[in-house]
Structures are given as structure tokens and as C-alpha cells.
Design a protein around this ligand. Sequence first.
Ligand code: G3P
Length: 218
Amino acid sequence: MKFFIDTANLDQIKEANELGILDGVTTNPSLMAKEGIKGPANAIKHYKAICKLVNGDISAEVIATDLKGMIAEGEHLAKIDEKIVVKVPMIKDGLKAIKYFNSVGIKTNCTLVFSTGQALLAAKAGATYVSPFIGRLDDISYDGIQLIAEMVQMFAVQGFETQVLAASIRNPVHIVKCAQVGAHVITSPLEPILALLKHPLTDIGLEKFLADHKKVNS
Ligand code: G3P
């Protein structure tokens, strides 16, 4: 399973990358706004900075919602760097845009996916990634992990190359469960990734090892 970080914050991207487990980055308009990035020129500058930091796929989302606009914006984004994956919303014109980008060799990430039916359409159109938002489903009492399992199984049965990219990760348990049900990728904020490291017995054990060492070495 690949690990992507879901942020546009350069310090957090750097920190995750230094852990040695990072395979890519996902951004969205909300995450870009959180970093105060205003206007297309600054957005492009920021994507370039992310591309310099990480060796892997970097998702950059289109703002347009019509086919012509999405194609123009996506082609512009794809020219920034070969790492750029054009993120397109799961709407009718989005599906057509994914089909187009696939035909010209531009990678895509179909976002705002909440059902297996939507995932099936994205895969048929040739999306590189499909992004189900599991935290937002859990928030409204649907089982996000169950949806990941169903998508993974459906893609395997059908032989689709589209990868299930579990998004809207809220905690470390989400990440482990995604791995258990076969998600191809997770994208998570930094905190849940760092939380995977933590266990109180590790801290207690290390403290004791160091104290015992000090007893005979000081
Ligand atoms: O990649 C999608 C993700 O950023 C959404 O997360 O926490 O806003 O549901 P969240």
C-alpha cells in the first residue's frame, strides 16, 4: 500500500518525506486555501515547490466544473511536472475529462467518490486513482472501510488497473484497516501517520533500557 500525505503544507510534506515512507501527495482547493495560496500563478508556484520535495505522484485539483474548462486547466497543470496527477470531481463532465486525459496519457485522480457505482464509472473512464472519502462517510454513519473493501474487490474481479486511494483519513486505525482490506493507496494528514509510530510500551521500554544502561555506564 502506498502512503500519500493529504496536505499542501510544505513543512508537513517535508517531515513525512523524511520518514522515508512517503509515495506521493494529494491536495485539494480547501487544503490550498488553508495555506493561504491565492490565484492560479501562486498555485502553480506551490505545486512546483511540492514537486521538488517529493518523488511520487502529486495530485492537483481542477477548479473548473465544465468539460472545456477542466481540460484546459488539467493540461496546464500537467505541464508543471510529470509528477502531476490531475484531480477531477466525480461529475458527468469530470468523467468525460478523465476519459480525455487518459487518451492523452495524463494521470487522473477522480475525487469526491462515495459509492462503488461512482468508482466503477471512474475506472471505466480510465482514472489512475479513485478517491473514496471514508471519514466523511463514517461521519454520516456509513462504513467507509467497508466501501474500500468493496471497491478493491470489484476492481480485482474486473481487472481494472485503477487504484483505490482511500482519502478523508481521520486516524491511524483507518490507515491500518485500509491496508488490511487491500487499499492500493491511502492519503492522510501527517498526524494519523505519526500516530502509527506510537505505543506507550515502546516509550516505557526505551526509558528502562536507557536507565539500565546508565546504571552501569556512569
Ligand atoms: O483528500 C480528501 C480529503 O482532504 C478530505 O478530508 O478530512 O476534509 O474529509 P476531510
